[in-house]
Design a protein around this ligand. Structure first.
Ligand SMILES: [Zn+2]
Length: 338
């Protein structure tokens, strides 16, 4: 199943945010699937277009603290959004942000972010029912317990996992994060939670790991909190990426001590792709074929073990990133028939 709604696109420039990347990858991926000769003919069988679940404060409180949830759901979420999208510098001046250029109010981004959480929650539910679902959105894996960061206001992945746990529909969950940037928010929120095991394969250097692990007081910075399996890939390490991922998946299974998870959430960022246009992911440059092999490695690992899998988009910037999702989903939908 595929969840796609055009209203989830993040058109940052509409809000006066100076990120010149047009996010139309979800629409382009969907168009490519619909235009495919065999997959497109069966769109009614794989496109989920029903209303999404309502996300409540109770849902958010399973991943975020009460003060942050209260601020985010209030009539004035602007401060929380400005921190999430890094719109102020350390001196409190606007950073790549000009409210005078905004044609829409910033607070609308809070509604959009909640829509992404709802999409991921629906994706997780549909994965349990159908074995596989991909939401063309979501993956806000940098959001931490008490604040948003890295363009990620809310951690939809952890919210979705714990929502199903609270409903009694899943006990053990894996989160497999292949975005170029470490899934640091997910690791921070789930630290010590034995019911959710996290794997992150990411750039060894660069944001969010572009500082010393310890702060001036000698405490470990939160972005360095460990996932259950961390696989840092150094610059120039593309040839080792796929074997390292395969080894990491085996480690994840060993950590589960033979207990199959009820669900895997896959944060399948496209920003390791060599044609991605975000400067901060430039040190990792996988080819389109390597991206296909990456996604199929994860997909077949889970499918071979009978683990339901819910995929979300996460990072992926520029004109070509849609190709990563389209090639994977064309193959998977072609094989599954829906
Ligand atoms: Zn990323």
């Amino acid at each position: 199943m595929i969840i796609h709604h055009s209203r989830f696109a993040m058109r940052y420039t509409d809000y006066g945010i100076g990120i010149p990347v047009r996010d139309d990858r979800a629409d382009r991926t969907f168009q490519a699937l619909c235009g495919h000769s065999t997959v497109g003919a069966r769109v009614a069988a794989w496109h989920y277009s029903e209303p999404l679940p309502e996300i409540t404060a109770e849902d958010l409180l399973r991943a975020h603290d009460a003060a942050y949830v209260r601020a985010f759901l209030s009539d004035a979420p602007e401060a929380a959004l400005m921190e999430s999208y890094e719109l102020l510098d350390e001196q409190g001046r606007y950073n790549r942000y000009d409210p005078a250029k905004a044609v829409r109010p910033l607070r609308e981004l809070a509604t959009t972010a909640l829509g992404h959480v709802a999409g991921t929650a629906a994706c997780a539910e549909l994965a349990l029912e159908h074995g596989f679902c991909h939401f063309l959105g979501g993956g806000m894996h940098h959001a931490m317990r008490s604040r948003g960061r890295g363009f990620c206001p809310l951690n939809d992945v952890v919210v979705a996992a714990r929502r199903l746990q609270a409903q009694g529909r899943a006990r053990r969950v894996w989160i497999i994060d292949t975005d170029a940037h470490k899934g640091d928010g997910t690791a921070e929120i789930t630290l010590g939670d034995k019911s959710i095991l996290c794997l992150s394969i990411h750039m060894a250097q660069g944001w969010p790991l572009d500082c010393t692990p310890l702060d001036s007081a000698g405490n470990l910075r939160r972005q360095f909190y460990p996932s259950d399996v961390d696989i840092p890939i150094p610059a120039g390490g593309e040839a080792h990426y796929l074997p390292a991922l395969e080894h990491g998946l085996d480690l994840l299974e060993q950590l589960s001590a033979g207990q199959r998870p009820d669900l895997a959430l896959v944060v399948g960022g496209a920003d390791p792709f060599e044609l991605d246009e975000l400067p901060s992911s430039a040190p990792l440059r996988l080819s389109l074929e390597q991206m296909r092999e990456r996604d199929l490695l994860v997909y077949r690992f889970l499918a071979g073990r009978g683990v339901p899998q819910a995929w979300v988009m996460a990072g992926g910037y520029g004109r070509e990133s849609w190709r990563v999702y389209a090639q994977f989903l064309t193959q998977v939908l072609g094989e599954r028939g829906g």
